[in-house]
Ligand binder design. Structure first.
Ligand code: UD1
Length: 422
């Protein structure tokens, strides 16, 4: 993080109905594993629609740190990994972002060794990587742990059968990356089915990999000898799309959200309709018209195609304004309710017990001084501020900027009164 960034805050004057059109950027969670995947490719990779956000910058820093070259032109990125000279991911960079662990699979897949440290404690739960490591071991990779460092080495990486105890997104991606240059066939069952995995696989297949079944719970990876130069367009960010739709819903607005993939956000669209919003759904755009008052709905987060955990806090904010009582059950990450305390400071009536949050809707949300504690929780505070009476100050904005490209300008263009203060 740049010096001083921690100090920046958002000042938001609530009460404006959002109106107009907003364009969705490339997906953070697709971009990160795809950038990691460039390590497997001999030659240059050209990526389009790469979101300009902090997490992606951190990934570039790691790629450069191990010897890769990254050239940027707006959202087009050229990555050349032909001169990688180390298999060690610096602890410092590893700490900055948990998803850096995804590079381990790509580095091992290509060089048969990788050293990295535990990604460390995270703001939304313990987030272990046991499933990633078990998968690596099954592929014939030896794993040693020394003083918090994980040392992976293999003579050969051999195709095998791997069953995941839980359909972890990161473990699925890491195993795919580690096995696409393996000898023989790897069959991964109980794999995660998230669209970002399909995007990663489309990218790898375009570069010459032979992977079948992405987007289902059985992924078959037929090892190939090498991956070659490729250009690829990253899919739209479904969580960003959901966030702007909720921005429309919570402010009583009327928005057109473009450049999205409506197939990917079905569970979100269903809940918005259930809450009383009128939607006009097309393949790449969704128009939303909010009702006079949102209706209470219940939500249970689940692996895809269930309701995404990354939208849990976003709907948490929305439902504070609903007529009636809503119940949210968080089934993926245990500590994803840190934002609740801050929303309650603004007048929300949320009670959390374990994995469940009970939200009593109210009309009286008021501006306050609040602090973001993670990316999606931070976004929930911004949404609440848009509907609050008076002014809200959101601190620790760097969490939000990790995952939302141009959020301040995008909201301003929709009529929000929002300023970033450094
Ligand atoms: C990814 C997304 C994140 C999203 C999450 C769930 C990226 C960069 N991040 O995170 O935004 O919220 O999917 O949709 O794509 N688990 C284990 N052992 C493991 C791995 C995971 O127990 O080795 C558990 C986790 O603690 C968690 C659950 O599995 O409870 C889901 O985690 P996982 O799907 O791996 O999420 P991430 O890939 O970290």
């Amino acid at each position: 993080r740049k010096r001083g960034e921690k100090m920046s805050k958002l000042i938001i004057q609530g009460g404006k109905k959002l109106e107009g059109e907003v364009q969705i950027s490339g997906s953070k969670n697709a971009a990160l594993p795809i950038i990691a995947g460039t390590v497997l490719i001999k030659g240059k990779t050209t990526l389009y629609n790469v979101p300009n956000i902090q997490d992606v910058q951190t990934m570039f820093e790691i790629i450069k740190d191990i010897g890769g070259k990254v050239t940027k032109k707006n959202n087009k990125i050229i990555i050349d990994t032909s001169k990688i000279h180390t298999y060690e991911i610096s602890e410092n960079l590893m700490r900055k972002m948990r998803s850096s662990v995804i590079l381990a699979g790509a580095i091992i897949g290509k060089y048969k060794k990788a050293n990295f440290s535990y990604p460390g404690g995270c703001e939304i739960g313990s987030r272990p990587i046991d499933l990633h490591l078990k998968g690596f071991e099954k592929l014939g990779i030896n794993i040693k742990e020394e003083y918090g460092e994980i040392i992976c080495e293999a003579d050969r990486i051999m195709g095998t059968q791997i069953h995941l105890d839980f359909p972890s997104v990161g473990a699925t991606e890491n195993i795919i990356l580690a096995s696409c240059l393996a000898e023989g066939v790897t069959v991964l069952t109980n794999a995660a089915k998230e669209p970002e995995i399909e995007d990663l696989v489309k990218f790898l297949n375009k570069a010459g990999a032979k992977i079948k079944g992405a987007g289902t719970d059985r992924v078959e990876i037929i090892g190939v000898k090498k991956l070659t130069e490729v250009s690829y367009n990253i899919m739209p960010d479904r969580i960003e799309a959901g966030t702007y739709l909720v921005a429309g819903a919570i402010t009583g607005g009327n928005l057109k959200v473009t450049n999205l993939n409506s197939n990917h956000i079905e569970p979100i669209l269903n809940k918005l309709e259930e809450a009383g919003c009128v939607l006009k759904i097309e393949k790449n755009t969704v128009e939303i018209k909010a009702p006079k008052r949102i209706k209470a709905v219940d939500i249970k987060t689940m692996p895809y195609p269930g309701f995404p955990t990354d939208m849990q806090s976003i709907f948490g904010a929305l439902l504070t304004t609903a007529k009636g009582t809503s119940i949210i059950t968080e089934n993926i990450f245990e500590s994803r309710y840190k934002y609740v305390q801050e929303l309650n400071r603004m007048g929300a009536k949320i009670n959390v017990e374990g994995r469940t949050a009970v939200i009593k809707g109210t009309k009286r949300i008021q501006g306050a001084s609040v602090v973001a504690s993670d990316l999606r929780g931070g976004a929930a505070l911004v949404l609440e501020a848009l509907v609050a009476k008076g002014v809200t100050q959101v601190d620790n904005v760097h969490y939000i900027l990790r995952g939302y490209e141009n959020i301040v300008d995008k909201l301003k263009n929709l009529g929000a009164k929002i300023y970033l203060e450094d």
